[in-house]
Structure formats: structure tokens, C-alpha cells
Ligand binder design. Sequence first.
Ligand code: ACO
Length: 428
Amino acid sequence: MASYVRAEIVEEVTEGGFPIQTGTLGPQAVDIQSLYARYGLLAYDPGYRSTASCKSAITFVDGDSGVLAYRGYPIEQLAQHSNFLEVAYLLMFGELPTGEQAVRFRDDVRQHNLLHEQVISFFRGFRRDAHPMAVMVAVVGALSAFYHDDLDIGDPDQRLNAAIRLVAKMPTIAAASYTYSTGRPLRYPRNEYDYAANFMQMLFGMPNQDFVLDPVQARAMDMILILHADHEQNASTSTVRMAASSGANPFACIAAGIASLWGPAHGGANEEVVKMLMEIGRPENIPKVIARAKDKSDPFRLMGFGHRLYKNVDPRAKVIQETARKVLAHLGLENDPLMAVAMELEQIALKDEYFIERKLYPNVDFYSGILLRAMGIPTKMFTAVFAVARTVGWVSQWLELHNDGTHGIDRPRQLYVGKPLRNYPVGR
Ligand code: ACO
């Protein structure tokens, strides 16, 4: 019976009974939305390896060729020629801004970068040693309580306003979660700086002296934010979209995205990379770590290696490695031992059959941790920096979902493998 049904479906697919959807780039998709209604069958795809969950015009990834593009522009070109706020505009609105649009957008972001003073009081409720991501999940979710009643997500202007508020406030929240952990007073945003530089001054500025901006590090931060701004339907973005599909408040949706990003298989990986490199300590210890990564009885994985989509070099990894080299040289850290271990590890892994066969290459996180660490960002803030960048992607995807009026609530099905129906044992 099952094979008969499968043959019929194959016939339907080949004869066009299930429409083939064709995008601008990338693989075509079999539109199986009517599969259950027609055959009473579900598609089983845990982890969504073969499932397009939506149509999107924002970001394109071709993992086999190592291509990443925002709205059609290759990431390498954006990293070289653009700046984070311009990229944010591009992701949110679909085109690069004119000079006038760029100024208006920058001013809108500046206007909203402060936190309500009552939001600031939340920070004092956390333990000083709380992980910044734990604080960010809570504080961003709490913004719902401040901007809920007057928010009509059916109104495009109000949606845009919420999106800009999130982009504007995220560096302030991330920096505050750090300064709180160090016992320093929270720093207010300063509008004479651009977005990345402002984030730096909020992270590192001291109340008793003027902040001295290092333009090389500020540019590196801008680059880090550009590289992490969006990455199509990854775990955290899909989380945001799923939360949003029920019509949830945007601040709550982004808090859900932050929670998903925190995991070590996703945004938490660069933190794990640095821990791993520090544990390795010296190049002589690398073979032991490679052996562990290959041992199937050991859950250890080489952090910063492998990617669900990239079966080639992650294009962001190349840019970030180059930036890391420049910043280390600028700071007189050319002989950074962590960088030496990372480069040696990369070389050894790339020549190893295990990694070649499985197409495991360094991903963006492999060098980003080294760069962030050189810039004085503490390890536990790495994922928070990622969250600041990715907020732009999340809100762009959130706006896209709401602008596409056809998308109803997300409701995946399951293959039930539990007990069959049985009677409750009355009087047991
Ligand atoms: N070290 C050792 N082996 C690995 C690694 C790794 N880092 N990554 C994958 N493999 C192996 C798997 O064990 C598996 O081997 P098998 O076929 O013998 O069973 C094979 O490669 C395929 O792995 P999957 O888990 O199926 O790959 P998937 O696409 O599901 O996972 C992931 C991708 C989660 C990123 C994985 O490569 C990983 O855990 N990497 C380390 C964590 C990391 O760096 N995450 C950051 C991702 S980038 C980002 O989120 C911005």
C-alpha cells in the first residue's frame, strides 16, 4: 500500500500534480501543501534538511559554492564598501538607501537608542555573574511591557517603528548587560558616534574619563555586525518567524530569537571556539583534539567547523580571518598564541580525510572569537554581539512575514511514535 501511494505521488510530482516553485536562485521546491489533503500523508523532515519553510527575498546562501548575498549583494562587497546601518536599511527595505534615506534612517535609529529608565532598573534585579544572553532574553522580552498596548502589528508604520526601536536599542541593552556584570554604571548612547562606534563606547567607556575611539577597532566591529546581520532561515530566524506567525508582539518574538541564538550549535559557537583554543593551548596538542573530534564515541566536536549549509568555505570566515589579522597587527598582537593555534588547527583539519569527506570547513565563528577577544570583548559577550547584529536580520524577516499577508500560523505536524490509544485503568 505504502509503495503504491509513493509511486502515485512520484507520478503526480513528475506530471506536475504538485507544482514546482522556482525562486530567483537556488534549488526549486516541490509545493506539497496539498499532500495531506490529497493523500492523508505528511512529509517527514526533522531538522528541515529538505524543507523551504517560506518564500523570502532577503538573503541568499549557496552553501556548495560558498556564496552569501543580502538582497543580491555579495557579502564580501558589502563588508568592503558598506557600513552596518546601510546594510540594515538594505535588509529591511530591499534596496540601498539614497543619501537622504540614509540620513533619515540614521536619525530614526538615534532617536530610539535610549532605554526607558524603568527598563534600566531591571538590570539591578540580575545577579552580577548572569550570562549577558540571559539578561538580553529577559530585557528584550520585557520591552513588550513598554511598547505593547499602543502597538498595532496590523499597521505597517507601527511595525516599522517597532523594528527600528529594536535595532536602535539592542546595542544599548547588550552593552548594559556587560557593564552591569563588571559593576560599572550603564553608559548612555552618544549620537556623535556611528552605530558600531557607539556600541564600543557603551561597552568600554568609563564614567571618569573621555572615551578614546580606535577607528580600526570600530571598523572591525562594523564589519562583524555586517557579516552577522542575516543568514536566511537559520534556527533563531525560524524561531522569530514561528513566534511571529501567531501575531505575537515583536519584542517577544526577538527575545525568542535571542534564546535560540544562544545555543552552542548556533550563536554560542564562537564562545566555544575560544574556550577550545585556550584548552588546546599549544599547536603540539592539536592532534589529540582532532582525534577526539573524529571519535564517534566522544560527543566533542571541533567548534567553528562545519555548517548545515556551507559544504565549502563560509565566505564570512574569509573576511573575518583577514580582519582578525589586521586588527591583531594593529594592536601589536601578531604573535597571539590563540591565532597561531587556530591557523595550525585549520591547516591540519583541512588536510584530514574525516573533514574533507564530510565537507567540514571553518565557519564564521572560527575566527570571530579571536577577533572579538583581541578587541577586548569578553568571551561571554560574544553571542551578545552576534545578537546585536542579527536583530537586523530578525526584524527584516519579521517585517517580510507580516508584509506577506498569505502566511498563516506555523503549525508543523509530527510522526507520532507513542503509545496507541488505551483505556484509563479505572480503580487502579
Ligand atoms: N566536528 C566533528 N565532526 C563534525 C563536526 C565538527 N564540528 N560537524 C559535523 N561533524 C560530522 C558529524 O559528526 C557527522 O558525521 P557522520 O556523518 O559520521 O555522522 C557529519 O559531520 C555531518 O554532521 P551533521 O551534524 O549532520 O551536520 P549538521 O549540518 O547537522 O550540523 C553544525 C551543522 C551544527 C554547525 C555542526 O557542524 C557543528 O556542530 N559544528 C560545530 C559547532 C559550530 O561551529 N556551530 C556554528 C555554526 S555557524 C553559526 O551558527 C553562525
